[in-house]
Ligand binder design. Sequence first.
Ligand SMILES: [Zn+2]
Length: 175
Amino acid sequence: MSAGLRAASPFAPAATLPRPSDDDALMREAVAEARLAAADGDVPVGCVVVREGVVVGRGRNRREAEADPTAHAEIGALRAAAATLGRWHLDDCALYVTVEPCAMCAGASILARIALVVFGAPEPKTGAVVSTLELLDDARSLHHPRWRLGARRGEVEEVLASFFRARRGSADVEA
Ligand SMILES: [Zn+2]
């Protein structure tokens, strides 16, 4: 990436963050990552980190591909964004992920000082933003990213459902 990104101020005004009207196009990028994860046999979850409308980090679930329990989409995207920008604090960045972040990934977003988290579909079993915990809103958290949900939810849920349908189908064949 260009030196300009590294040199830029990390304290961009909130006005530079994506607006709800930007969510559809940015979530499309995260869904593309999710589809790549499915192609590798991983549960399709995808993520992008965005700064001033530009994707600076991409990640997808690679738990199976890397045999790594921490290889979630958000972790990959946060690491990629930090490498692109040459800094760990991403307080001028938004994180788009197809599925509600788990406790690890909500925690990583807090540690990275992400300004805004957008997710497509809630995850009732592991989601830590609204479903099982409310980490981003917890008064004890040291940083509180703004968040919103629902972008491209139908598509996100269809990508997941189609992955599990195919997996059940192949299990039936094996049985
Ligand atoms: Zn996670």
